[in-house]
Design a protein around this ligand. Sequence first.
Ligand SMILES: CSCCC(=O)C(=O)COP(=O)(O)O
Ligand SMILES: [Zn+2]
Length: 212
Amino acid sequence: MDLPYDPARLRERAAGLIANVRELSQLGWTPATSSNFSARLDADHAAITVSGRDKGRLVEDDIMVVDFDGHAVGSDHRPSAETLLHTQLYRRFDEVGCILHTHSQHQTVASRLFAGAGHVRLEGYELLKAFRGNETHETAIDVPVLPNSQHMPTLAAQVDALLDRGPMWGYLIDGHGLYAWGRDMAEARRHLEAFDFLLGCELEIRRLAVAR
Ligand SMILES: CSCCC(=O)C(=O)COP(=O)(O)O
Ligand SMILES: [Zn+2]
């Protein structure tokens, strides 16, 4: 079959996703088949995890191709239920090359705690320099917290409205998890790890304040 994407690039991206997602799973960030992951293949296609697969045990058959309308390409599998939250970013930004969505405890607890405020303010941390474009710790990032929904177009519309306000590298969904992205896997993972670490710091600061 004549495929509209480069199969060699798909194999290379799938290998990168499998290796990195295994490490994220070992951290406990993908419980109970949750989470989804993707990598851009070209201007119209991305490799993405198949819906419902155990993300801690990904193999090549767990990665498939979608176009940016979210349609499966060359596969009978069902792509992630949250595919639209990936494709909207690839469609909007040529520079986005990789999107990582996880359900760690830090991310989930922080999303619950800060849902009312609508964001988590991360301020004064050296690790803020992990986010592309930040040169100093003397800055602040507001990580948006969106209400959860099973209706992906609703979530996608809210993400689009946030992106209209300026650049961002991730957002939380209440009671759900975190989306983070970057130009490639290394940058997306750096952003994801920085978000998770800093959300953990904010939670710990509040825990210590209560215990005092
Ligand atoms: C059991 S996890 C519920 C769905 C979810 O939030 C998720 O991240 C995984 O969905 P997918 O369809 O990508 O497997
Ligand atoms: Zn999810």
